[in-house]
Ligand binder design. Sequence first.
Ligand code: COA
Ligand code: MG
Length: 291
Amino acid sequence: MSSPADRPFRSVLYMPATNERALAKAATLACDAVIVDLEDAVAPEQKSEARKHLKDWFAARAAKPAATIIRINALSSEWGAEDLALARKLEPDGILLPKIDTPRDILEAGDALDDETAPETVKLWAMVETPKAVLNLGAIAELGRDPASRLAGLVAGTNDLAKDTGMLMTPDRRYLLPWLMQIVLAARAGGLVALDGVMNEFRDLHDFGRECTDGAAMGFDGKTLIHPAQIEPANKAFSPSEAAVAEARAIVEAFARPENAGKGVISLEGRMVERLHLMQAERLLGRAMRP
Ligand code: COA
Ligand code: MG
């Protein structure tokens, strides 16, 4: 895997490591990545059973889903070290660290992987789900500028944020918005992938579609999901729309015209278009052409 940002992360589906039926489906689903969970979707008394399922699944799986991320328990918990040791051996595309508070939490996990000489393709992802993590977002995202940190992306942990702050979760997520936007901003500052939090009401695909559109409008690269039915709407919302692709093409074509050669700013259908819009358009077309 080159840079994690080179591949899509529109739909990233959690599966409890204890759910064998879900794991068996993983390779057949159209999600861009799966997160096999050892943390909160697994009860304390099932932790070692979950590790065994995870190990068996890695050994048995014939086809690999687009990207595989393992969510371990916090390194400060009684299960964290053993989870990390196992995850390192399995060499997934990513290891997701829950409940991080500071950059140190990520550096510690990175040091442990380096000590075990884990391949550099094993990236770290960080859940942003504690009040401290939100307050420390700038410093956390800065790690993204140093490839040695392995940090590849930030994942909004909205259920934990609601639990830890007392914030009321409303369908429009109005109280959550400032923190979600901080996550996107930090991810961009650090060159990281930004994933929106889950929607718990997994039967409500109408509201889910709206929540995906909102997340895409905020600038997220994709959304974390809890149910296969959520994959298709997420893939759609986080892919460039036909209208956006047509507009990007028009901008690229306009700048390519001989009369616009060397110009910094041009007029296109009554609108000012600058070279920064050209860069934006080229980036969008790159995303649209990704397999
Ligand atoms: N990944 C893969 N397959 C899944 C899945 C998931 N996250 N969630 C459900 N499925 C499968 C089920 O196994 C079932 O297939 P089967 O009939 O072959 O067993 C099918 O999709 C339909 O499932 P459904 O009956 O609609 O849902 P459910 O009641 O079995 O499960 C949840 C609902 C919420 C318990 C389940 O979706 C889940 O565990 N999601 C992930 C939770 C998680 O990981 N949370 C941690 C992060 S927030
Ligand atoms: Mg959480």
